[in-house]
Design a protein around this ligand. Structure first.
Ligand SMILES: Cc1cc2nc3c(=O)[nH]c(=O)nc-3n(C[C@H](O)[C@H](O)[C@H](O)COP(=O)(O)OP(=O)(O)OC[C@H]3O[C@@H](n4cnc5c(N)ncnc54)[C@H](O)[C@@H]3O)c2cc1C
Length: 399
């Protein structure tokens, strides 16, 4: 597929979350002269993963492609609030580079030692912290069962809803149109996609269609007869209030139990200092379930948290919510052209890291759609057919 700017036609992007909006923004920013139309069924985004995310942004992956995507995106987030300012919208992502800190116990020490050398060799910014160094950084954290820490000083977190609003406003400012509608079918003929059918019955013709439907990507692809290996899987988050103003800010701390938390110091919040706490349940069954199971807070979240930081014992639960990860068999995204329909592009299956990678994904998809090649970062290994060819991508740094 090659849609050079001078012969540009209409590109329809289905899904206006961070991924769809970043693709729209990058296409137009890169000089695409045709029409870019983003179709989003719910502009309140209340079930969009982008709206429900934790906001973690890290470089600490273990595969070259994810490290490169994350490094590009980290640089972008450093200047997001300035660079993505457009008339009528000033983003406040507030990317706080307080780091991601993995606490490493004896059982995982060898694995992390190897991972750190590997990450360094690939150019990721990562430090090994001794127990003394950990004590200085996080004086209240219990370390008697910890061997060392692995810290990414360029990592951190930002406000997901501001990322979403920022990409959307910037895409619109450079010329993308947003249409509130649901795509209920795709117009296909052998080897090609001709457009989409909306819930109103309207048929919209397009030169290329992009699947940016997040956890609903499988449903969209199925309309074209494609069985995409992407499943929605529920992920919980809880916000709790700290017993007092904390004397320092937590980085994203990842405990050996899997529970991880970050500071939530949004100055507009009416509560005091808060934490956002996550704990991925590995046996969560796939499905479009948004119900928050509040009973998980006590055992799966609060207990491991206060065991690690005993002074957090009086934390007060403020709220919990659940959103959907879009999971692929290797937990890495599917990026690029569909082998079945040459002008159908996929940007799906980001599991728990679509927000942090969104800037790079937009750039890469813009290049793939316009020129047929991704020059900024080679994402060939993330091609959507890799499972059929028995070539999953291994990255052990998944949370
Ligand atoms: C609880 C939770 C915590 C997370 N934490 C992090 C984190 O810390 N860091 C990180 O990087 N990532 C995190 N993620 C993952 C991240 O949120 C996602 O990978 C990312 O938001 C995916 O963006 P998206 O645009 O693909 O999907 P979405 O934001 O879900 O957007 C897809 C959009 O497509 C629309 N749509 C779907 N089908 C149709 C249709 N047929 N017609 C019209 N519109 C349609 C939907 O309405 C939706 O708005 C988290 C996710 C969850 C659920």
């Amino acid at each position: 597929m090659n849609l050079p700017s001078e012969t540009a036609g209409t590109i329809v992007i289905v899904g206006g979350g961070v991924i769809g909006s970043s693709i729209a923004y990058n296409l137009l920013q890169d000089g695409y002269l045709g029409r870019v139309l983003v179709i989003e069924r719910d502009p309140t985004y209340k079930r969009a993963s982008s709206f429900l995310a934790m906001g973690g942004i890290r470089q600490q992956f273990s595969s070259p492609v994810n490290i490169e995507l994350a490094q590009y995106s980290t640089r972008f987030y450093q200047v997001f609030d300035r660079q993505m300012q457009v008339p009528g919208h000033t983003p406040d992502v507030n990317f706080r580079q307080r780091g991601y800190l993995f606490l490493v116990d004896e059982a995982s020490a060898d694995r992390f030692e190897a991972r750190v050398s590997h990450q360094r060799a690939l150019g990721a910014s990562v430090e090994r912290l001794s127990i003394d160094q950990l004590h200085v950084r996080l004086p209240d954290v219990r370390l008697d069962d910890i061997e060392f820490g692995v810290f990414g000083p360029k990592d951190g977190y930002g406000e997901p809803r501001e990322v979403l609003a920022g990409f959307r406003a910037a895409a619109a400012a450079v010329g993308a149109s947003y249409l509130r509608a649901e795509v209920v079918d795709l117009i296909v003929r052998p080897g090609q996609i001709d457009g989409v059918i909306l819930n109103s019955g309207e048929r919209l013709f397009a030169d290329a269609v992009v699947n940016a439907a997040g956890p609903f990507a499988h449903k969209l692809a199925a309309m074209a007869g494609i069985d995409l290996p992407v499943q929605p899987v529920r992920q919980h988050l809880f916000r709790c209030e700290l017993p007092r103003r904390w004397p320092y800010k937590f980085p994203m701390v990842v405990d050996p139990t899997g529970v991880h938390w970050r500071h939530d110091d949004n100055p507009t919040s009416s509560t005091g200092d808060c934490l956002i706490v996550a704990h991925t349940r590995l046996d969560e069954p796939p499905g479009e379930t948004f119900t928050c199971d509040l009973s998980r807070w006590e055992v799966d979240f609060r207990l491991p948290l206060v065991e690690r930081v005993p002074k957090l014992e009086p934390v007060k639960l403020i709220e919990g919510w659940a959103g959907l990860y879009a999971m692929t068999p290797d937990h890495n995204p599917l990026l690029g052209q569909s082998s079945k329909l040459s002008n159908f592009f996929l940007a799906n299956g980001f599991s728990g890291h679509g927000l942090m990678l969104a800037p790079a994904i937009g750039k890469v998809l813009s290049e793939l759609i316009r020129t047929g090649q991704s020059e900024t970062i080679d994402v060939t290994c993330l091609n959507p057919d890799r499972f059929e060819h028995g070539k999953p991508v291994h990255d052990e740094a998944m949370i």
